[in-house]
Design a protein around this ligand. Structure first.
Ligand code: NDP
Length: 257
């Protein structure tokens, strides 16, 4: 970035590829990036949320396209990037958001569940980053934003594959940031805290765990999905061009305690 003004946050003329970008938190990332001027390419498992997100993105005058694709299958990452280039002719921002969580007692955990979680949260993040990096290094600019979690830093005894995958995302983010810095590509991440979504609703409504978690958050409140939108725009925009290799917690201070 050569100068700073309100245009530093503008994403006009840019294209963002977002995995899981039509549902849950991903939907909010798509809306945030479109609001600041980016066109959106969504890759997701199913067509869940496509109609709503199309409407939202188009209401900002931006284009949106979709690819229904399981990101864990071989070749999926190359296909996602190729489809983005075919639809929009460019790729400037990659958001590795799609993620899953499987809970079980440690002694009952199935190998196939371990594989599913690692394949979705970590391996697909790597393959998509690798496919996008080739394009971004060539054009000498780009932003890769990986979605971590508090479990990037803490143990999760009933969700240990999730914690392992999200720790891995931090290592990948830092290493890729270092490797891609000479190409003017920044690689960062967001580590959302306890955010109220469909995935976390049962926990929030649990009579014991809900208040326990809120009591551990310094301001006493769970986050809401819109809390992640500003940090996402910052990391996607040229305002963060000198920030790389950082996993930014958006957790109301949860990790401070
Ligand atoms: P959701 O389950 O609501 O959404 C996940 C999205 O990822 C869905 O759109 C889903 O597609 C897509 N997806 C999952 N697996 C695949 C796959 N194999 N191929 C293609 N798409 C896939 O999750 P959240 O919005 O809650 O979470 C999003 C991210 O944020 C995850 O990485 C999660 O770990 C992280 N996170 C969430 C927190 C929270 O409080 N909710 C806290 C910390 C981190 P489809 O809709 O088609 O199934």
């Amino acid at each position: 970035m050569t100068k700073f003004d309100r245009q530093s946050f503008s994403l006009t003329g840019q294209v963002a590829l977002i995995t899981g970008g039509a549902h849950g938190l991903g939907k909010y990332y798509s809306i945030a990036l479109a609001e600041y001027g980016a066109d959106i390419m969504v890759v997701s498992h199913s067509q869940r949320g496509w109609t709503d997100i199309r409407q939202a993105v188009e209401s900002y005058g931006q284009r949106i396209s979709f690819l229904q694709q399981d990101i864990t299958v071989p070749g999926a990452a190359d296909k996602a990037v190729a489809t983005t280039l075919k639809e929009f002719g460019q790729l400037d921002i990659l958001v590795n958001n799609a993620g899953i969580q499987i809970r079980n007692d440690v002694l009952d955990f199935k190998d196939e569940d371990w594989r599913k979680v690692i394949d979705t949260n970590l391996n697909a993040t790597y393959y998509l980053s690798h496919a996008a990096a080739k394009v971004m290094a060539d054009q000498k600019h780009g932003k890769i934003i990986n979605i971590g979690s508090m479990q990037s830093y803490r143990a999760g005894k009933r969700i240990f594959p999730y914690a392992a995958s999200k720790h891995g995302v931090v290592g990948l983010t830092k290493s890729y940031a270092d490797a891609l810095a000479p190409y003017h590509v920044q690689v960062n991440g967001l580590a959302p805290g306890y955010i109220s979504t469909d995935m976390t609703k049962p926990l929030q409504e649990d009579a014991v765990r809900g208040p326990e978690i809120a009591g551990h958050i310094p301001n006493g409140e769970w986050g809401v999905p819109t809390d992640l939108m500003g940090p996402m725009v910052f990391l996607a925009s040229s305002a963060s061009d000198y920030v790389t290799g950082v996993m930014l917690p958006v957790d109301g201070g949860y990790l401070l305690r």
